[in-house]
Ligand binder design. Structure first.
Ligand code: FAD
Length: 413
């Protein structure tokens, strides 16, 4: 048996942020971690609000947030907590040597792995696409054997985005790794080795130079420390920009490692492979969680619990049959349209929100679950991140934004 002030369940962006803020509040924190969260999938950038209710691009996230409906998590989190959460996040990653650029006032732009532009709120400097807007020539670097990065497609789409008055050139470099397809993580490891860096630089240096911008997939080292990015920018004497890409997302994993490093410095206890299975409830409060470890089930007592189990994607919420939503740890009420015909919009790239994505735990302004009459169900349990109802992160581009800001609010409660 182990007693903490706060037990956090789940180790995605929301769980890690909740743990950091709780520790700064002077609490003894235990984080139950299971799996890797969505870090290896998402590009590690912080979308706050990219598109409004009608699917129209939002130029200023802070103005967009003002206009979301009352049922949206941002309305429950509140602007003051959102602003403080962003400040807190930026300071945390900067203290770890991985500063993020951007603010709530205006969107930043990043270049996707297919050469289109995507708005986001906070991102690492190496991904800041707007730095290439003034370049006279765009040099797109592909890698032989790298899956899902096609230089000709990137060139064609970027030319549409940035205009035909620039020159667009492509190069494909060879890693000399043979016998298999490569992921961006493989290539990032090669580029951060002394030998690989030398080979990489030698193949692109002739094409770079003043006034040009070199666009590379997310391969400038596996660590969130900017070492390879800064060295390459200096050695090429021009702007270098990383794109987003297909999983595994190198930058998502960089962000995870940076946040875990900050957690370690604060002495937060992280229990690996601890899947929370059962809550012990007394009256309207939870006293402990039972979690399966590698060998046996352990009990974790606390005064407060933060549920950051990632909703449908990460198994925090399930639906065995239409109408049978289930929040897996506490059995909290889940709201959402679950009529079979409406649950999924089968149009792949739809201009409408997805009902399944809007489903989640119904909460009040303190982020505690409430029943249909608005009564708090468990007084010391807070719900954060993808578990929350009332938003479609994919439609509106708000995934990591809701995760960070809700975690901050719950940890401060
Ligand atoms: C392909 C993809 C691309 C995306 N791209 C972006 C992007 O570019 N920008 C952006 O802002 N957002 C993006 N998102 C959205 C973003 O990743 C998520 O909305 C956000 O990170 C959710 O964070 P979370 O911490 O709530 O959940 P998760 O990241 O899902 O983490 C939940 C964690 O809880 C663990 N867990 C579940 N059940 C238990 C249990 N019983 N006990 C212990 N642990 C448990 C899970 O294993 C998981 O590790 C993307 C999402 C996807 C799927």
């Amino acid at each position: 048996m182990s007693k903490s002030d706060v037990v956090i369940i789940g180790n995605g962006v929301a769980g890690l942020m909740a743990a950091l803020v709780s520790a700064d509040e002077g609490k003894k924190v235990t984080l139950l971690s299971y799996g890797a969260g969505t870090f290896p999938l998402n590009s590690g950038v912080i979308d706050i609000l990219g598109y409004d209710e009608q699917g129209k691009a939002v130029n200023s996230p802070i103005t967009g947030i003002d206009q979301v409906p009352d049922s949206h998590p941002y309305k429950k989190i509140g602007m003051a907590a959102i602003e403080d959460a962003i400040k807190y996040f930026k300071k945390t990653v900067a203290d770890e040597g991985f500063a993020y650029t951007g603010s709530l006032k205006e969107q930043q732009w990043l270049i996707t792995g297919i050469g289109t532009l995507k708005p986001t709120c906070l991102l690492p400097e190496s991904l800041q696409g707007s730095r290439c807007f003034d370049a006279s020539e765009i040099v797109i670097v592909g890698v032989k054997g790298l899956k899902d990065f096609y230089v000709d497609m990137v060139k064609e789409n970027l030319a549409k985005e940035l205009g035909a008055d620039k020159k667009y050139t492509t190069i494909t470099v060879d890693t000399y790794i043979t016998g298999r397809d490569l992921t961006t993580r493989d290539v990032a490891k090669w580029v951060e080795s002394d030998k690989g860096y030398g080979e990489f630089l030698a193949q692109i240096k002739g094409q770079a130079g003043a006034g040009k911008a070199v666009i590379v997939p997310q391969i400038l080292g596996t660590k969130g420390d900017y070492v390879v990015y800064k060295k390459l920018s200096k050695d090429l004497g021009c702007t270098v920009v990383e794109t987003t890409g297909m999983p595994p997302s190198v930058n998502g994993i960089r962000l995870r490692d940076v946040l875990l490093s900050a957690l370690k410095k604060k002495g937060i206890r992280v229990v690996e492979n601890a899947k929370a299975e059962k809550a012990i409830v007394k009256g309207d409060k939870v006293t402990a969680i039972e979690a399966g470890g590698e060998v046996r089930t352990q009990t974790y007592e606390a005064d407060k619990f933060i549920l950051a189990t990632g909703g449908f994607y990460s198994g925090g919420i399930t639906m065995r049959d239409f109408g049978e939503y289930k929040e897996m740890v506490f059995g909290l009420p889940v709201e959402g349209d679950c009529v079979e015909e409406r649950w999924v919009n089968k149009q792949l790239f739809s201009d409408k929100k997805q009902a399944f994505s809007m489903a989640g735990v119904r909460v009040d302004d303190s982020l505690r679950a409430v029943d249909e009459s608005g009564n708090v169900v468990l007084k010391n349990v807070y719900v954060v991140g993808r578990n929350l109802s009332g938003y479609d992160f994919c439609f509106e581009h708000s995934g990591n934004g809701v995760a960070l800001t809700s975690a901050y609010k719950a940890a401060k409660a």
